[in-house]
Design a binder for this molecule. Sequence first.
Ligand SMILES: Cc1ncc(COP(=O)(O)O)c(C=O)c1O
Length: 365
Amino acid sequence: VIRKNVREIQLSIRKISEKASEKEDCVRLDIGQPSFDTPQHVKEAARNFLDEKQGYTSTTGIQKLREKIAEEESMKSGVDVRPEEVMVTTGGMEAIFALFSSRLDEDDTLLVNDPSWGPYRLISAVNGNGVEQTQYFHNGELTEDVKEKAEKADMIAINSPSNPEGRVLSRDESRAIAELAEDKNCFLMTDEVYWRLTFDEEHQSPAAFNDNSALIGSVSKNHAMTGWRIGWIVDDSENIKEYAKVSRAMTAAPNKIGQLAAFEALDNSFHVGKMRDEYRKRRDYVVEQMKELGWGFTDPEGAIYAFPEVGKDSWEFAMEMIDEGVAVVPGEPFGSESDRSVRIAYGAAEMEELEKGFERLKKAV
Ligand SMILES: Cc1ncc(COP(=O)(O)O)c(C=O)c1O
């Protein structure tokens, strides 16, 4: 018998990608991954690394990568991170799974922002923990609802820059959410997989203001390496040993060649600036277009997404737009107030494609 938790999972967004892949000449703004391929120097390094023996690595990852990640995370958060406080995982996804399954029992509750990335709920469903969702901020201040819901929560998830809105927390907001978690005795998970992709202000890690927290990282988006499946989790070394038990049960270790490639990407990351500049151009274009369309939206300040309100049921809109030759993701699965919004992954399409997509949107709307 399939467990009820699993049976009831609806991978609803698949309907969009299935329909879009059947449509000829469809501009794909639905896929949450960079249009860029992995940088050449990373591929080149990986080719050379292939000459090494490709055996298992330690569950927590190869030492030189853990050292490199510790260096980057220390620089980013301003908190001294040591290599034994890092576990390399099979994407940020496994890091989040390891964290939830190590910390959240069936009667425990994870608090997520409204809207937020669907897999926090997907992973919770598989793990069996409860989820509450509410908007964390309004006009730069914590909402009354998040303060109330945090009372009963066991873990608070924060994600900046965010998927789907592209929202970047200010320093004050980062501090506020970190302090709320501390006040309410909640563990804080800070998902920073897009941290290098901010266009206006620098990323500020909430982990800098909270010791009882774990940080999630990944090379997927920042380095255009989604297919390599390398991410990590940062926490105290004692906690890392516990998370490693889950990782041991799931994958034994992340793939070695991916870890070696990730090392090169972090060690030699000049490519990030070029990609960020290009995303910024696309962001500026998308903002201008969304204004012309009269759509309301939260300012996209980072990551690779915009999340406008389109004034229509999000599923209907997304399905109709595929017929017009442009695919976006319905907002409904992201949150309770998002059923008239759609996610536009402008990072997934080159400028020319993006322009073609918006021409079609404008014609159809
Ligand atoms: C907010 C967020 N966190 C984590 C991930 C996980 O990425 P990966 O498993 O590719 O590292 C994603 C990917 O879409 C994401 O959008």
